[in-house]
Design a protein around this ligand. Structure first.
Ligand SMILES: CC(=O)SCCNC(=O)CCNC(=O)[C@H](O)C(C)(C)COP(=O)(O)OP(=O)(O)OC[C@H]1O[C@@H](n2cnc3c(N)ncnc32)[C@H](O)[C@@H]1OP(=O)(O)O
Ligand SMILES: O=CC(=O)O
Ligand SMILES: [Mg+2]
Length: 745
């Protein structure tokens, strides 16, 4: 099946081997043999270091476990002294970053960051194009505005009127007129390129701040009928598309057929926690998307609204600027790619001795080689105007692991002949040893770090695992208000600002994990820019458009200047374990039952799609029917939560097994209409998904750092092997093709 000829002595899965030879390297100054020789050499060079660092994680965890066994949650000063003594806490030495050649989308323009699984080209293309999004669509098709009547099929005029009124309200808020309201406008005119004339019944007015007028797109005839008016606030653009001949334009008082917002300023194409890639063909699927986005050649065809749609990447947008010169704005989100962490091994490529290689090595080399097409000018469009490639590194524990990542990127640059520091790094601050030593972590990457981001989901999982022996942890939903978490969020911003991130790099906040709850997001996620974050994660293009409103509202760069003056959040508060008072004795049986059921249901709801269908990120309804985005990081929390309560006797094994069996029936019911779905309850003992869920919980205590990848991967591989004799395992693409398209207005 595999053959080591021409692959640097590596045994390479045929799908990967063909992808590299036929798709990745042609057009580069690189042969497949050279490519694999680079991978082999880097794997060999770094494998020992990685093993050592993983052992260090385990050693520290064992020491921390022993301390908590003796002291319980303990006294925080004593804990600090102990963690310092064992080398977990390192001296604080404030760094200054020196990163250069960073695109303005990262350095200067605060705005939403979209994340998209690399395994779904249809979604990835949508994400790349989500730089611009229709505010009308986002308001029409979600719960952002209350809906008090049943929508007419097609276009509902009452809903349309509600959307237009809300858009007017937002325009008044962000782009006020010198006189009157946008709701009174009958025409937007551009008599000369630098001048916006706004006609209302009361006469002609303009913007209260004329500098907000950024340009226009000429329509038919003179400036009385522009096709688009471009406005700008806090570095973000908003386009009034004017076309009175359309259905919406006819209804609008000034012919505005859409309000288009600059939305996903940046996008992370994810090779990590939102994908299920367990073998060569899976990895090829994900790599092909990244390559196709960088060459601009990626397309996806699918059925939607009864017709076949072919999606490809959008071009740039051109206007006449307010200075009269042509103004070109990027049509696509600036793309980053998230690679896997140090703990991942890839079965699909093995050394001559049979050892699976470091998956991060292959990710890094492929990520850079794909981008090389564009850096060499072979892409249809350019992602970067500064010649940088943005790689996000997850799940690093402390500064030595950051150094390892930096050295790997430097080695890839050297091997591919890239200028030093071309490969930039986004540091996910999502493991406790990174948060508590954030200054040192940033220092190790000072000349290439382009973000620190509070990945609070993994971080919560790691908190539970690190404090496992301190006592039973608080309920999952109560983590959000714990001292460690609020300190972590504040301190991440404080440290980054002191290190000089403002105007140079991103300070990011975490994912909005309720994909359909847009009203709630609008009401709460504005806290992210107000907390000094110049970006925060959203799960979909629609969420990006709505979250963009928060950056129009808040001038993040001004907030950052103010925050710079506040005292640094106290690192000691990061050490307060989130354990229940009185060992959980205050919780009622009903509280415990509910928490157990909630976590069991979310574990099963996610795992059944990962293991059974190869889908790495899903919306799973919770027991209250609210759809929650679940990925490997949320799974880490849920499985650690149950494992921790089991360990401390809040629940027992029989109860856990009984609850999982009961929840399996609920999850089967929820997925009953899913093509290719294998119900767990048909035979729980033989269901790979059900067994994976139990594995995650019952191995949760021993599993290094509480990660979920080992169990998921093994059970998915087993499920695929079972399929081998019969039906082919279904891919997400196949599942999507069978699904009715989502209702978009
Ligand atoms: C802890 C962490 O690491 S968080 C980071 C990992 N998480 C993520 O990456 C979340 C990414 N988001 C997603 O995967 C999805 O939005 C989900 C799984 C949450 C929901 O997916 P679905 O149920 O299929 O979404 P839904 O049916 O509401 O919408 C589908 C439409 O939205 C689009 N869409 C949904 N999510 C995205 C996305 N992230 N990027 C681009 N387009 C998207 C799809 O292209 C599709 O539109 P189309 O029919 O025109 O192609
Ligand atoms: O990767 C993000 C997280 O929250 O974990
Ligand atoms: Mg994470």
């Amino acid at each position: 099946m595999t053959d080591a000829t021409g692959t640097g002595g590596l045994q390479v899965d045929p799908a990967l081997r063909d992808f590299v030879a036929d798709e990745l390297v042609p057009g580069l100054d690189l042969t497949p043999e050279q490519f694999w020789a680079i991978v082999a050499e880097l794997d060999e060079r770094f494998a020992g270091r990685v093993e050592q660092l993983l052992r260090r994680r385990d050693e520290l965890q064992e020491q921390i476990d022993a301390w908590h066994r003796e002291h319980g949650a303990g006294d925080v000063e004593a804990l600090e002294a102990f963690l310092t003594e064992i080398g977990y806490l390192l001296p604080v030495d404030e760094p200054t970053i020196r990163v250069e050649r960073v695109d303005r989308e990262i350095a200067e323009v605060p705005g939403p960051q979209l994340v998209v699984p690399a395994t779904v080209p249809r979604y990835a293309l949508n994400a790349a194009n989500a730089r611009w999004g229709s505010l009308y669509d986002a308001l029409y098709g979600t719960d952002a505005l209350p809906l008090d009547h049943e929508l007419e099929p097609g276009y509902d005029e009452r809903r349309g009127a509600q959307v237009i009124a809300e858009a007017d309200r937002l325009l008044d808020r962000f782009f006020p007129l010198a006189d009157g309201s946008h709701a009174d406008v009958v025409a937007y005119r551009v008599p000369s390129p630098g001048e916006l004339a706004v006609e209302t019944a009361a006469g002609t007015t303009t913007l209260a701040d004329p500098a907000q007028f950024a340009g226009h797109r000429p329509g038919d005839g003179d400036g009385d009928h522009p096709a688009a008016v471009l406005l700008r606030r806090h570095g973000l653009h908003l386009e009034l598309a004017i076309d009175p001949s359309t259905r919406v334009g006819t209804q609008h008082h000034a012919g505005v057929s859409d309000v288009v917002l600059e939305s996903a300023v940046t996008t992370i194409v994810d090779l990590e926690d939102s994908v299920a890639t367990v073998d060569g063909p899976d990895k090829v699927g994900a790599y092909r998307t990244w390559l196709g986005l960088r060459t601009g050649q990626l397309t996806a065809s699918f059925g939607k609204d009864g017709r076949t749609v072919t999606r490809s990447v959008h071009g740039d947008r051109t206007y006449v600027g307010s200075d009269g010169a042509e103004l070109t704005l990027p049509g696509r989100s600036l793309l980053l790619v998230r690679n896997v962490g140090h703990h991942m091994r890839l079965d699909a490529v093995r050394t001559a001795a049979g050892r699976p290689i470091l998956e991060e090595v292959l990710d890094a080399v492929v990520s850079a080689a794909a981008a090389l097409h564009e850096l060499r000018g072979n892409g249809r469009y350019s992602n970067t105007r500064t010649g940088s490639v943005y790689i996000v590194k997850p799940k690093m524990h402390g500064p030595d692991e950051v150094s390892l990542s930096v050295e790997l990127l430097a080695a890839v640059e050297e091997a591919l002949g890239l200028e030093p520091t071309t490969l930039k790094i986004g540091i996910m601050d999502e493991e406790k040893r990174t948060s508590t030593n954030l200054e040192a972590c940033i220092a190790r990457a000072a000349d290439r770090v382009i973000f620190v981001n509070t990945g609070f989901l993994d971080r919560t999982g790691d908190e539970i695992h690190t404090d496992f022996e301190a006592g039973p942890v608080v309920r999952k939903d109560d983590q959000r208000t714990q001292t460690w978490l609020t300190t972590y969020e504040d301190r991440n911003v404080d440290v980054a600002l002191r290190a000089g991130f403002a105007g140079r790099a991103q300070i990011g906040k975490g994912m909005w994990a309720k994909p359909a709850a847009m009203r709630e997001m609008l009401d709460t996620k504005g806290a992210h820019p107000r907390a000094g974050a110049n970006t925060a994660w959203v799960p979909s293009p629609t969420a990006a458009t709505l979250h963009a409103l928060h950056y129009l509202e808040t001038d993040v760069l001004a907030v950052q200047q103010d925050l710079r003056k506040r005292p640094l959040a106290d690192r000691r508060n990061l050490l307060v374990p989130p354990v229940l008072p009185n060992g959980g004795a205050d919780l009622s049986d009903e509280d415990k039952r509910h928490e157990l059921e909630t976590n069991a249901q979310s574990i099963l709801g996610y795992v059944v799609r990962w293991v059974g269908l190869g889908i790495g990120c899903s919306t799973v309804p919770n027991l209250e029917g609210v759809g929650l985005m679940e990925d490997r990081a949320t799974l880490r929390i849920s499985s650690q939560q149950i494992a921790n309560w089991l360990h401390h006797g809040l629940v027992d094994e029989a109860q856990v097994r009984e609850t999982f069996a009961r929840m399996a029936a609920v999850v089967d019911e929820q997925n009953a209409g899913e093509p290719g779905y294998q119900p767990m309850c048909a035979d729980l003992d033989r269901s790979p998904s059900f067994q994976a869920a139990l594995d995650l919980v019952f191995s949760g205590r021993q599993e290094p750092n509480g990660y979920t990848e080992r169990a998921l991967t093994q059970w998915r591989q087993r499920a695929k092997a079972t399929h081998d004799g019969g039906e082919e395992p279904r891919t997400r693409e196949a599942v999507l093709a069978d699904q009715a398209p989502s209702p978009t207005p």
